[in-house]
Design a protein around this ligand. Structure first.
Ligand SMILES: [Zn+2]
Length: 533
């Protein structure tokens, strides 16, 4: 009952340049690797199936180490503003949506980024009211740390001149104190909480779209954070169970659990997923700060281009410590969103005070701005770093204005992190960035946008192709303490493969993006094959 995969090149990723011409799998596990003749001779009686990979190049299955899978699916089915490159174009798309909408419908769009507009225009609510006088409107900024709302939405949310800024958030105001319709970080909740709950069908649809899209792009799994954004965590959890049923869809989903729902999930759902073949529950997710785009990432010194601000702490240090302590009480690691250096410092203070219990490592997600002494402290902790190479391509060059020259030496410093011995895992943070792992690999190797052709932003931080692929293979595996099961092609490892038409190691520069997934294999099953279904 064994399957021989042959007719191509298999990069084991155990060491650079190691490749074999065939792999034998059985019961979801790799039984042997080597050349076709040897395997056929040694396992003659067991081989019941032979699958040609059509001259392709196989890698250990790629796993995105940080994203929001339902959010990615929502982006596929909702009004996507991420490609919009002018305020005028954004207005047109919104008008189109308003014209299609039924009475009372919310107009929800996501992904806008004023840095892509020549005038860097951020809409005022009065302009949104002109577009949608009768429908409430909510437009999420690409970073998810800011949103725009019109009058109808603010009315429903009861936001007025006298509404105070909530903790960890800012209601942007005109000089007379009138909210402009722009809500930062925790202030977004004021608006979000009045949006009617998405139907069950909607979550199912969004997640199926998401998984199918990821499989098509060569991903066999993802570490995803979705459980606190759709009302009770039961709803997204149910969507995961239904969509990844092991039959229609096999996919390795590792779910981070936002601290607000961690208690409920721990008490009501842990047993159900204990032995689930494809879905598992992971670290407790905590946000320490915002993001650089909206200047809410928490920095130890003011922003270079806005000297009156150092960003936003989502929790007080004390509160933050309490959340980590709670995670330890249920024997969980934490996964902390840290973009600014002061956010990293807060995180380290808490991690040092409440050390890890259990098998999974703690994770710092993003780590975009560091200081040398923080790196030294990080080295002493059992930490995995979740990096998103695509942010280099999108955030430069404007991020240089935000941070100023001096801070750039340890900004988005992926190569320095690897050289310091950290295990880094690669992700997209989709829907914020493209979920395509080749886009991430391209960014890690070239450190520039796909439309550009130069030496790269901070070129000494470029990764080799081997290192870049490792982010999505052995790196993602180590992040969930499964480095003995996933991440390389070797005997005893899971039969998960990402098979591309072209050889990543021979593609240069912007051609990397054209490697072209032709087959995605999860648990010995072909879940995607180009040209079929
Ligand atoms: Zn995220």
């Amino acid at each position: 009952m064994a399957t021989l995969w042959y007719d191509g090149t298999f990069y084991t990723m155990k060491e650079e340049d190691e490749k074999v011409e065939a792999v034998l799998t059985k019961d979801g596990v790799i039984k042997a690797i080597g050349n076709v003749t040897d395997i056929e001779r040694n396992f003659e009686r067991e081989i019941t199936k032979k699958i040609s990979i059509n001259g392709g190049y196989a890698y250990p299955g790629f796993v995105d180490s940080h994203l929001h899978m339902i959010g990615h699916g929502e982006r596929l089915i909702r009004l996507d503003l991420s490609e919009v490159n002018s305020a005028l174009k954004m207005k047109d798309l919104l008008l189109e949506k308003v014209n299609e909408a039924e009475a009372g419908d919310w107009i929800i769009g996501e992904g806008w980024n004023e840095n892509n507009f020549s005038d860097r225009k951020i809409f005022h609510f009065t302009e949104l009211d002109e577009i949608a006088p009768n429908h409430p409107m909510l437009l999420k900024r690409v970073c998810r740390h800011a949103l725009l709302a019109n009058s109808k939405a603010m009315e429903l949310a009861d936001v007025k001149v006298e509404t105070p800024d909530p903790q960890g958030g800012v209601i942007v105001r005109d000089t007379d104190g009138q909210p402009t319709g722009y809500f930062l970080d925790e202030a977004q909740e004021l608006i979000k909480q009045v949006v009617p709950e998405d139907s069950k069908h909607y979550l199912h649809k969004a997640l199926s779209k998401s998984v199918d899209d990821m499989l098509k792009l060569g991903l066999v799994g993802g570490h995803t954070e979705d459980l606190s954004y759709y009302g009770s965590p039961d709803r997204p959890l149910q969507a995961f169970e239904e969509v990844i049923d092991g039959n229609k869809r096999k996919f390795r989903a590792h779910l981070l659990v936002h601290h607000q729902v961690a208690k409920t999930v721990e008490e009501e759902h842990t047993s159900k997923f204990k032995d689930h073949p494809y879905i598992e529950l992971g670290a407790v997710k905590i946000f320490a700060d915002g993001a650089l785009g909206g200047r809410t990432a928490l920095l130890s010194a003011p922003y270079n281009d806005a000297p009156d601000t150092t960003g936003v702490a989502i929790h007080s240090e004390e509160e933050f410590g309490e959340i980590v302590q709670f995670a330890r009480s249920i024997k969980k690691p934490v996964a902390i969103h840290t973009i600014g250096d002061l956010a990293v410092e807060y995180a380290l203070n808490a991690l040092e005070k409440y050390p890890l219990i259990g098998e999974l490592p703690d994770r710092l997600i993003h780590v975009q701005v560091l200081r040398p002494e923080l790196v030294e402290r990080m080295k002493k902790l059992p930490l995995i770093l979740d990096i998103q190479p695509s942010f280099v391509a999108t955030d430069f060059p404007w991020v240089e204005e935000r941070l100023g020259y001096e801070r750039l030496s340890l900004a988005f410093a992926w190569k320095s992190l690897l050289d310091n011995g950290f295990v880094c895992a690669g992700g997209s943070d989709a829907p914020i960035e493209s979920v395509n792992p080749l886009v991430g690999i391209h960014a890690a190797v070239t450190r520039r946008k796909l439309t550009e052709d130069h030496e790269g932003y901070l070129p000494n931080q470029k990764l080799s192709m081997f290192e870049a692929i490792q982010l999505y293979t052995s790196g993602s595996a180590a992040a969930i303490n499964k480095q003995d099961k996933y991440g390389i092609i070797s005997e005893g490892y899971a039969a998960d493969f990402t098979i591309l038409e072209k050889d990543l190691f021979s593609l240069k520069g912007n051609n990397i993006i054209e490697a072209n997934p032709i087959m995605t294999v999860v648990d010995e099953t072909i879940m995607y094959e180009k040209g079929k279904g």
